[in-house]
Design a protein around this ligand. Structure first.
Ligand code: NDP
Length: 288
């Protein structure tokens, strides 16, 4: 008789489209590295099927999972509760189990902003900083709220669509102690003097539109600034190149992607994964 188990512990991502999401490569590299017989499945789920998919995840004993576009807000009604950060952000990208037995609850967490803050901490402390943020979508919301919870004092939200930008500035003022103003994005934006951190949280530069450039007066990027891009694919965006040429401290989107994966991994398995293994797996995917 063999004592070998043929049953792996399961985790997943639900999204649509989802086939090009590289998270499996990063997470499974870490499962192997840490000797865990776990799997991370990339599962296409249509919006109308999301409730059934979450019930399936519960029924089949998944240990946790991620949500990506278009499920980050819609999933909330199918969960048993939210963490404080996910509630403030208004979106969930990570499902985790809390409690034991009958008290076990499937909780929505948001690791996007935390992943960003962790990669920023590698170069500067967010506390007391003044931040210019391009974009006001899901990634911007998560980054803004987590930066504010980490002590960032002021935000300038620059967005093409007025309504979304106004909503994010209001969310930051209402849900955190930070100051936040909205600027409508028209023409090349000039970064105000005294800005510490500039964040691209739009999808500008994302594959396949790799030559796209932010409408930004590049001459206003100065040496003391940290410039961070959320775009993971390709990590070397025009903004990353321009900011490096201007002598800024630069963070690419892989740092955020790896760090949010590290947090999810830890929440699901209880094991602190090696981020360098996860980054190497992504660099292989993106052919760096
Ligand atoms: P959303 O669709 O919610 O928001 C997109 C944002 O980009 C909006 O503010 C939108 O402006 C803006 N935008 C898009 N195209 C343009 C354009 N041509 N000109 C000006 N503004 C534009 O997307 P998400 O917030 O979920 O994702 C944004 C990016 O973040 C994606 O590229 C995604 O890959 C990346 N991301 C990276 C992560 C990482 O770990 N590195 C994690 C999560 C996301 P408007 O409101 O006017 O439409």
């Amino acid at each position: 008789m063999s004592s070998r188990s043929f049953k792996q512990d399961l985790t997943c991502v639900f999204g649509q489209p989802v086939a090009e999401n590289p998270t499996q490569a990063m997470i499974e590299a870490a499962y192997r590295h840490h000797g865990l017989d776990w799997r991370y499945l990339t599962i296409e789920v249509a919006p109308d099927d999301l409730g059934d998919a979450v019930r399936g995840l519960r029924a089949m004993g998944f240990r946790g999972g991620n949500l990506t576009i278009p499920h980050k807000v819609a999933v909330i009604e199918h969960l048993d509760g939210l963490t404080e950060a996910a509630e403030k952000i208004g979106a969930v990208n990570c499902m985790v189990w809390q409690g034991e037995g009958d008290d076990r609850k499937l909780i929505g967490e948001n690791t996007d902003g935390k992943g960003f803050v962790e990669s920023l901490r590698e170069v500067t402390d967010p506390a007391g900083k003044s931040v210019v943020m391009f974009g006001a979508g899901g990634a911007a919301r998560a980054i803004g709220v987590e930066l504010a919870l980490a002590g960032t004092t002021s935000f300038t939200v620059v967005n093409r669509t007025e309504q979304r930008g106004l909503e994010l500035a209001k969310r930051l003022r209402d849900k955190t102690k930070a100051k936040a103003e909205f600027v409508h994005w028209e023409g090349d934006f000039a970064i105000p003097e005294g800005t510490d951190v500039v964040v691209n949280s739009t999808s500008i530069g994302l594959f396949p539109d790799v030559d796209a450039r932010l409408a930004l007066d590049v001459s206003t990027l100065t040496e003391g600034m940290v410039v961070a891009d959320v775009i993971p694919n390709p990590p070397e965006t025009n903004l990353v190149r321009d900011a490096r040429d201007r002598g800024c401290t630069v963070l690419d989107g892989l740092g955020m992607l790896v760090n949010q994966g590290v947090i999810g991994f830890r929440l699901w398995t209880g094991v602190d994964p090696d981020p360098s293994v996860m980054r190497a797996a992504l660099e292989e995917v993106f052919g760096e």
